[in-house]
Design a binder for this molecule. Structure first.
Ligand SMILES: C[S@@+](CC[C@H](N)C(=O)[O-])C[C@H]1O[C@@H](n2cnc3c(N)ncnc32)[C@H](O)[C@@H]1O
Length: 204
């Protein structure tokens, strides 16, 4: 009871993202993410990763229940996977899929302190929750991606989508993209690489 009151205060008065997500997960509002209709978009992420970074390292922001490593990759096809989510409730659920190459952590993508650089970072249905999207993209490119690394972004289509893709286009080149549509929603999944203008200048 005390935990419920604390969560309510954090959500309603402090607009705390972790408390909000924990509440939504605990009340089953996101159980649908594990359903078959959600798998096709996740498989596109796997296809792009396999094509551009086979057996590379993969960091996923907004990992939720761990559907991508557990149901799609099935712990194969990457050298290392780290799933990050702001909800400690859902990360605890995802931990059941951890193995010697698959790890999960609680963290906020916008303030995440990268301890290593990755072949691919996936922003999986979470980019639109960032308070400052251009800053999040810069943070990933500058601090989290290897020089030849790629960003994979999955975002359902809604009124802010065009602005989000425009923010990505300011810092990155599109390598490929695919639309997935079914009775539940319409998503765009894209793989992009950074411009890194300073590296281009050296080459010239
Ligand atoms: C719509 S769900 C998508 C979950 C999963 N990627 C999927 O596609 O099934 C969005 C996820 O992003 C997480 N999230 C929201 N804001 C976040 C933040 N600032 N840092 C990390 N994760 C965040 C939520 O907790 C939630 O698990």
């Amino acid at each position: 009871m005390i935990d419920k009151i604390k969560n309510f205060i954090q959500r309603k008065f402090f607009r705390n993202a972790q408390a909000r997500w924990n509440h939504q997960y605990a009340t089953g509002q996101w159980d649908g993410l594990k359903e078959v209709v959600e798998l096709e978009r996740q498989q596109v992420i796997q296809t792009f990763f396999n094509q551009f970074k086979p057996d590379g390292s993969l960091l996923e922001f907004g990992c939720g229940f761990g559907v991508l490593p557990a149901q799609v990759f099935q712990s194969k096809g990457y050298s290392k996977y780290l799933g990050i989510d702001v909800s400690d409730f859902v990360v605890e659920k995802a931990q059941s899929f951890a193995d010697k190459r698959t790890f999960f952590e609680v963290g906020d993508m916008e303030n995440y302190v990268f301890r290593e650089k990755w072949d691919a970072i996936v922003l999986n249905e979470c980019i639109y929750y960032a308070k400052d999207i251009p800053k999040l993209i810069t943070h990933c490119l500058k601090n989290g991606l290897k020089t030849d690394g790629v960003l994979i972004v999955s975002s359902h289509e809604f009124k802010r989508s065009a602005a989000i893709w425009n923010d990505l286009n300011q810092q990155m080149t599109l390598l490929d993209s695919k639309i997935v549509e079914n009775e539940r929603s319409r998503w765009r999944i894209a793989i992009l690489k950074p411009f890194y203008p300073e590296i281009q200048r050296i080459k010239v």
